[in-house]
Design a protein around this ligand. Structure first.
Ligand code: DX5
Ligand code: ZN
Length: 216
């Protein structure tokens, strides 16, 4: 299989929320391909973050696609709000979705020209996805337990990436603990999209940091 272009999606969870526009513009200028927005509901994960209003405001301030990661228990309830806020890609968690719900979500997203991603927590086996694979544009494999930025990469995700790449030719995105040390591991096993929060927003030179991630 031809190697896919590596895309970097800075997670604004690690940005300075008091100057979000500047942070997003700085990531854009540094070479980001998408902006990753971590939505948490305090229920699916033990933290609360961003809602549709912030996505809507960001949509006006960047030309980059908004990669919205819903770490919430009821993605269907909030789907319309995130679509109309201007999300480009919406990722839901397989742990809270049946196959029939994924079909419903997919139909609504397609009608609104929004791409679908499905995410798995580190502890959720790949087989949870098998029947959903044909429906999804992207699989996001968590390499930390979702809820917080700045956690340590869990290497157990590596065989999962490798196994998924054998059966799935679309986008594989990895989220959690991505740095210049862990990026090469995930890329060489088949990932083509990297979420990077703390590594990128803490870097003195963000352009160089993104370049390092892409060069694997
Ligand atoms: C974790 C979030 C991640 C997080 C990544 O629950 O889904 O997107 O912001 O942060 P880092 O790159 O610092 O691990
Ligand atoms: Zn995320």
């Amino acid at each position: 299989m031809k190697r896919k272009k590596i895309l970097v999606a800075p997670s604004i969870l690690s940005a300075d929320f008091s100057r979000l526009e500047k942070e997003v513009k700085s990531a854009e200028k540094a070479g980001a391909d998408l902006i990753h927005v971590d939505v948490m509901d305090g229920h699916f994960v033990p933290n609360i973050t961003i809602g549709p209003a912030v996505v809507k405001s960001l949509r006006k301030r960047t030309a980059l696609p908004l990669d919205v990661h819903l770490m919430i228990s009821d993605p269907w309830f909030f789907l319309d709000d995130f679509i109309s806020a201007g999300s480009s890609l919406i990722t839901v968690h397989a742990e809270v979705c049946t196959l029939s719900l994924i079909k419903k979500i997919k139909a609504k997203l397609t009608a609104n020209k929004v791409r679908l991603g499905i995410s798995l927590n580190p502890g959720t086996p790949l087989k949870k996805l098998y029947k959903m694979l044909d429906l999804t544009d992207l699989v996001l494999l968590m390499s930390v337990n979702p809820g917080f930025g700045g956690q340590i990469f869990m290497p157990a995700v590596i065989p999962k990436i490798k196994a998924l790449r054998k059966i799935f030719s679309r986008d594989i995105e990895i989220d959690g603990g991505i740095t210049d040390k862990t990026a090469p591991l995930v890329i060489e096993n088949g990932a083509n999209m990297l979420v990077a929060g703390s590594y990128l927003f803490r870097a003195k030179n963000r352009e160089q940091a993104i370049r390092k991630l892409k060069n694997g």
